[in-house]
Design a protein. Structure first.
Length: 217
């Protein structure tokens, strides 16, 4: 009898654990891959914004934003909306939201929760980073470039990752221009403080961050 009760409790505990972990992830709605402003108009309106309201993006906007930046546009070939050097695709896009830090999984179109802390303030040195809806943090996984944990990392090892991030960031700029949202790409990131909060491994390197939100009128 005692054994049965223990087994029952173990099942209840593991089920609730499983549900609570998966419940914290965000399954995004399918991205809307049509519409928006014409490309030339979006280019004409692209700009950096540094003043945001506290409004959040809708889940549809979040899905569309991330797909525009770094989603798969040729899923059968596992290729994306932005190019990457030798198609290594070493850039991971982390999303710092008020509800926590998430990692974007383009294939399953979901945000996997890394932790439940609001680390937006830590994503930059300018006041608006803590106010805006979200900060994207672009992280190069040098493991995909055959760097082992603990291997020394030179600035020159990161050249392609900076270029690859630039393409993603420009896609985000154009999506924001098209959706009347605001954003700014930022090199001002306190990487030494942010990396441990994000739980990054030694061969994961923060490249840049990009603040996104609803612009103040
Ligand atoms: C690599 C890079 C790093 C940047 N870092 C910052 C930053 O830390 N903070 C900031 O407010 N803007 C930053 N910017 C945005 C530039 O200041 C901005 O693009 C420039 O002033 C031109 O304005 P525009 O984007 O509206 O055309 C950065 C831009 C780039 C390309």
């Amino acid at each position: 009898m005692k054994k049965r009760i223990l087994i029952f409790m173990a099942i209840v505990f593991s089920t609730s654990l499983f549900i609570s972990i998966s419940a914290q992830d965000i399954a995004l709605p399918a991205p809307n891959k049509t519409g928006g402003k014409p490309l030339m108009q979006a280019l004409n309106e692209r700009q950096s914004t540094r003043s945001f309201t506290k409004d959040n993006l809708t889940q549809q906007q979040l899905s569309d934003l991330l797909w525009a930046g770094w989603g798969f546009n040729r899923s059968d070939q596992k290729k994306r909306t932005a190019p990457s050097s030798m198609n290594v695709q070493e850039i991971d896009v982390y999303v710092a939201l008020p509800t926590g830090l998430y990692l974007y999984f383009a294939e399953s179109n979901m945000l996997k929760q890394i932790n439940n802390k609001d680390i937006r303030k830590l994503c930059g040195t300018q006041d608006f980073v803590a106010e805006a809806a979200l900060n994207l943090v672009y992280v190069a996984d040098l493991g995909k470039l055959k760097k082992k944990e603990g291997d020394p990392i030179k600035e020159s090892d990161l050249l392609s990752s900076y270029a690859n991030t630039g393409f993603i960031a420009q896609n985000i700029y154009l999506y924001c221009a098209s959706e009347n949202l605001g954003c700014v790409i930022r090199g001002s990131v306190p990487k030494d403080k942010l990396a441990p909060e994000m739980g990054l491994r030694p061969n994961q390197v923060i490249i840049l961050s990009q603040t996104v939100g609803v612009p103040k009128k």
